[in-house]
Design a protein around this ligand. Structure first.
Ligand code: ADP
Length: 229
């Protein structure tokens, strides 16, 4: 696979609001890319375009070397299953336990109950939330809920993980735990695209940083720092 993600001259308008424009971006397999920029810069829009929540107003988006505008709506669930999402509005289900929330991601993949049990146990232990497996989301701390959401996003071993402010509501220590997990997932081969405001995390990790401002990419650095000007 040459590119996990490629944006070609992409623009997206919401009504009259121009959210992003002139977006040209290529992401290769295995990269860890931070999207940084002030609130309203267009970071979420880029991730949501990749999720095919919206179509671009112009330009082309390739994911796994395929033009995603060609995906039929009937195939959209299959496409989305190849991605992992950690989005704030993609919440855990309140009436399911931690175990069940994570298991759902495998139930749609035609796995046997035995396989599901084994894989969910493995990931919950790895993420240190196995002892919370029978709790419901409202009984979890912010960090535990976020670890559950990440477990759900990656248990299907997606090639691409999209994370929108995954440390947004978390205290610094918990944020680091989440980042360590994302780093580890990346080291197993999953490409990670993460939108964030957290300068300290970005500056410590020294990964690729794509800076967005007013809907445009203003910087793209291999071992970048948090720079939004
Ligand atoms: P960021 O993630 O960097 O905070 P967004 O991608 O959410 O930025 O927003 C980019 C711009 O698009 C902002 O001006 C925002 O107000 C606008 N926008 C985002 N989503 C919508 C929407 N659903 N409807 C209308 N405008 C939107």
């Amino acid at each position: 696979m040459a590119h996990i993600v490629k944006f070609e001259n992409v623009a997206k308008k919401y009504g009259n609001t121009l959210a992003v424009e002139d977006i040209n971006l290529e992401v290769e397999p295995g990269e860890f890319v931070f999207l940084v920029g002030p609130s309203g810069a267009g970071k979420s829009t880029l991730l949501r375009l990749l999720a095919k929540e919206y179509a671009p107003s112009s330009g082309k988006i390739l994911v796994f070397d395929k033009d995603i505008s060609k995906i039929k709506s009937s195939n959209l669930p299959f496409y989305r299953r190849e991605l992992g999402f950690v989005f704030q509005d993609f919440k855990l289900l309140d009436d399911r336990t931690v175990f069940e929330n994570v298991a759902i991601a495998l139930e749609v993949r035609n796995k046997t109950d035995e396989e599901i049990e084994k894989e969910v146990e493995k990931i919950l232990k790895l993420f240190e939330i196995w002892n919370k497996r029978n709790l419901f989301p409202n009984q979890l701390s912010g960090g535990e809920a976020q670890r559950t959401a990440i477990a759900r996003a990656i248990i299907g071993k997606p090639d691409l993980l999209l994370a929108d402010e995954p440390t947004g509501d978390l205290d610094p220590q918990t944020s680091w735990g989440v980042i360590q997990l994302l780093n580890e997932i990346n080291s197993w081969g999953t490409t990670v695209l993460m939108a964030t405001h957290n300068a300290e995390i970005v500056n410590t990790l020294k990964r690729r940083v794509v800076s967005i401002r007013d809907g445009k990419i203003i910087k793209d650095k291999k071992e970048g720092r948090y720079e939004i000007h």
